[in-house]
Write a protein that binds this ligand. Structure first.
Ligand code: ADP
Length: 560
């Protein structure tokens, strides 16, 4: 039974029950009244008949007569009971008010209601000719007896009312609900509704349009927010105080290498490391926290901040950044600084030592020239190192002037070979320049450094009497510079490291050959400056080939 049906049923049943009980009560009261009046009349008549009998036949008449429900008492003139059905009363003094009235006026009557028995007692008295008084009394049915008589009917009526109330309640509630249920809450119309519901429907419609506008605004701002967060390369995750993911952008999933569809699951399913847990839990405790995670060999910085509402932490906002490059640069910077210091310190210590000895006259006259030569070569080493560092710094900072010009790579190589002739002759290394006069639009100074460093290495790391082949060619969209030598070669484990700053293959081997370990770094940065590519192939003991590929179409002003 629905609540409405229950309420209707209760009302109908209560009203019906009250009506039944009220009707029965009124009937009982009326019947009681009617019974009283009838009994009163009957008692008077019967008293007169009995009085007549007693006058004619004496008190014995009373004992012979069928008195039914009437009690009769005969009282002597002086007020003593001379006959009573209950013999114990005989001889007692009777002090009934109706008897006194009858003695005085010929007849008297009284009625008395007893609350204990809920009954009325009717008393009647007449004076007989001999002065004695006949007193009779009778009791009509009590109210409770009358109620008792109606009990069956009352129960039947209440049962009928109960049944009728159930059926009626069902019927009425269905009838009431039918038009209410047929109201479309999305678009409430007044036509078929109760007039009483019209103000409510009006408010509902107003509320609906307000909700619609708010929903639209909410959708719009959510879309805006999603568009912003989705376009971010950084990760952004919103977490509930119970560490459930409320929202998460694709950047976060990518950076944490987590599968998609993470909303509603625990944030620790994205990453379950102790540092991540610690960081997020700290933020949930109200303390901003950050950590670095290593994921697939890359570094991610996690910044977890508590989100507050009225100073209560109601979630955590996690910001994720890729700091791999930053960390690598940091490591490189540290290594570079320590390498530079080391490389500067070595020649300076030698120069200081020799000049100290010279200053203190500790060098023999015949050795002065030799020590002077040492100072010069260490100074040259210092100058080369500083020049290399300056070149590299310029390339690093992009401080190279963008003065691109058409450069004949063949002519440039030829000129560089000329510059290296002395060094090559010293080692009896021969140069061979082949290929075409390829004109490449680029930075002449940088292109010079590229070819010079490659050719210089090809001589330095060559065997005595070896050969260096320089070839300038072009393939579609690229200009190619190939420098091959018949030198010592580079072991495979070093091939991908030779472009690192200060890296020198086998320090003991390279130690004898002058160098800073910066030449190939400068070459690589120079090639990168021209958006090109460099590749090295080598066989230990046989020689090395460096191939530089420079794109000619990258910038429109570059041409062959
Ligand atoms: P360096 O000043 O020592 O020459 P580079 O950066 O030019 O520094 O070269 C790095 C290292 O690579 C060198 O120390 C050398 O061991 C190796 N290398 C470079 N070019 C050649 C080559 N043509 N043949 C053999 N080894 C080479």
């Amino acid at each position: 039974m629905s609540l409405l049906t229950k309420k209707i049923f209760r009302s109908i049943f209560i009203y019906a029950a009250i009506a039944v009980m009220l009707t029965i009560t009124i009937m009982v009261v009326l019947m009681n009244r009617l019974g009283y009046e009838t009994l009163d009349d009957r008692l008077r008549t019967e008293t007169n008949v009995l009085a007549h009998g007693v006058e004619r036949s004496g008190a014995g008449f009373l004992s012979d007569a069928d008195l039914g429900c009437v009690d009769a008492v005969l009282i002597s003139e002086d007020g003593y009971i001379i006959f009573a059905e209950n013999e114990k009363l005989t001889g007692r003094r009777a002090d009934y008010p109706e008897a006194k009235a009858a003695r005085r006026e010929g007849s008297g009557s009284t009625s008395k209601f007893s609350f204990i028995s809920s009954q009325t007692e009717i008393n009647c008295a007449v004076r007989l000719r001999d002065g004695s008084v006949l007193r009779t009394s009778a009791r009509p049915h009590s109210i409770m007896t009358l109620y008792g008589g109606f009990l069956g009917s009352a129960l039947f009526l209440l049962g009928t009312a109960l049944l009728t109330a159930i059926l009626l309640a069902r019927f009425i509630s269905k009838k009431i609900m039918k038009p209410i249920n047929s109201i479309n809450l999305e678009n409430p119309k007044m036509k078929r509704a109760y007039p009483e519901l019209k103000p409510l429907l009006k408010r509902l419609r107003a509320q609906n349009s307000k909700v619609k506008i708010q929903m639209e605004e909410l959708r719009h701002s959510r879309e805006q927010f999603e568009a912003i967060t989705e376009s971010m390369s950084e990760g952004l995750v919103f977490v509930s105080p119970k560490f459930m993911i409320l929202s998460c952008n694709s950047g976060a999933l990518k950076l944490l290498d987590a599968p998609s569809g993470c909303e509603g699951i625990s944030v620790f399913s994205l990453n379950n490391t102790d540092s991540f847990r610690h960081c997020v839990q700290n933020a949930a405790g109200g303390k901003r926290s950050d950590c670095i995670l290593e994921i697939n060999g890359e570094n991610r910085q996690i910044i977890a901040s508590p989100s507050r509402n009225h100073s209560m932490v109601n979630g955590v906002v996690i910001f994720i950044m890729d700091v791999t490059e930053h960390q690598q640069l940091e490591t490189m910077r540290r290594e570079f600084t320590s390498n530079v210091s080391h490389e500067l310190k070595t020649p300076l210590t030698t120069i200081y030592g020799i000049s100290d000895m010279l200053a203190n006259g500790l060098v023999k006259q015949e050795d002065v020239q030799k020590f002077g030569g040492n100072i010069r070569s260490e100074s040259e080493r210092l100058i080369t190192l500083i020049n290399d560092i300056v070149s590299l710094s310029k390339l690093d900072e992009g401080a190279v002037p963008e003065e691109n010009e058409p450069v004949d790579l063949y002519a440039l190589s030829d000129e560089i070979i000329g510059r290296l002739k002395m060094a090559a002759d010293e080692k009896k290394v021969s140069f061979r320049l082949r290929g075409d006069h390829v004109t490449y639009v680029g930075n002449r100074v940088i292109l010079d450094e590229i070819v010079f460093n490659l050719c210089d290495n090809a001589v330095k790391y060559n065997k005595d009497g070896g050969r260096v082949d320089v070839k300038i060619s072009h393939i579609p969209k690229y200009a190619l510079i190939t420098v091959s030598d018949t030198g010592v070669g580079i072991p495979e484990y070093s091939l991908n490291r030779i472009f690192e700053r200060f890296y020198r293959v086998d320090k003991s081997r390279s130690g004898k050959i002058k160098g800073t370990g910066l030449g190939l770094s400068i070459v690589k940065h120079g090639v990168m400056y021209h958006n090109g590519d460099i590749h090295a192939e080598s066989t230990v003991g046989e020689g090395t080939t460096f191939t530089v590929k420079l794109p000619v179409e990258k910038s429109s002003d570059k041409a062959e």
